[in-house]
Design a protein around this ligand. Structure first.
Ligand code: CA
Length: 276
């Protein structure tokens, strides 16, 4: 809900779209190809096969996948002002899922954590503080990424579809087809709702896409190939995945599966570069 009020992001990221809003003809707006600046880097536990990433205040919430290893954890962003929490620090909270569940996307809404599972058709609802399981509901299809727009939970399933669910019982309310310049964008994975747009990882790609949740159109993207290239990884499955908006620092944290680092990046519109 807070994200709606992130004026800077709204201004910075939607400027070109607002310019198009007054157009009298309906057409696919051009995709804005953002550049980025790395504002900070901190450690990330390589035991985490990142599926969902959320930041609220000074607390990261992260879900980690794989059968027999799936877990939900929380940990501080900083241990003191401007000092990143150490890699060796214990998790603040940890809940290991039963072995038959493969944890996927994660969203925090109204003090509840919603955790998807990959092919088990179950969404778990946790108390954000105690990690007590408050509810568990069934849904059809696969669970990949999860975020929310303040009113609905938004789920990806590895296809080009985004599914909008009620937070009351996870009933399906709407499905949206995501396309970029008229072509479906498949393998949508981790999600983050920022200033009115859904940002998404694409499985096995090094770019993030910005999706207009009203139309399904990709209106922006950022290529993180250079950032990914500097990460020391040892598996082809250690792909870029995980987006968490940092309201305090006005940037987005990104990481990947079993990555040793997470990065705070700020997006820059191409036209802004000359004035930076
Ligand atoms: Ca996220």
């Amino acid at each position: 809900m807070k994200n709606i009020f992130l004026f800077c992001w709204l201004f910075c990221l939607s400027g070109p779209l607002m310019a198009n809003a007054g157009a009298t003809v309906s057409h696919t707006p051009d995709v804005v190809h953002f550049d980025y600046q790395i504002l900070a880097q901190r450690s990330h536990k390589t035991t985490l096969f990142t599926q969902g990433l959320v930041l609220d205040g000074n607390t990261f919430y992260e879900s980690s996948g794989l059968y027999g290893q799936s877990m939900l954890v929380s940990y501080p962003r900083e241990e003191s002002a401007n000092k990143w929490a150490q890699l060796t620090a214990n998790f603040t909270q940890k809940d290991k899922l039963p072995d038959r569940y493969f944890a996927e996307g994660l969203a925090l809404l109204d003090d509840k954590l919603y955790l998807l599972t990959w092919q088990e058709g179950t969404v778990f609802v946790y108390d954000r503080t105690t990690f007590a399981v408050l509810d568990r509901w069934r849904y059809s299809g696969e669970g990949w990424g999860l975020t929310h727009n303040g009113e609905q939970l938004i789920r990806s399933d590895g296809s080009e579809h985004l599914h909008f669910h009620s937070p009351e019982d996870f009933s399906l309310e709407k499905t949206l087809d995501v396309q970029e310049s008229g072509r479906p964008v498949q393998r949508l994975n981790e999600l983050e709702f920022i200033a009115g747009y859904v940002w998404a990882n694409i499985w096995h790609e090094n770019r993030l896409v910005q999706i207009d949740p009203a139309t399904g159109s990709v209106v922006g993207s950022v290529d993180l190939t250079a950032l990914t290239a500097q990460v020391d990884i040892d598996s082809s499955e250690s792909v870029l995945n995980g987006i968490a908006y940092d309201a305090e620092r006005d940037g987005m944290w990104v990481t990947g599966k079993k990555w040793p680092s997470m990065y705070l990046i700020k997006l820059i519109k191409p036209a802004e570069e000359s004035s930076e």
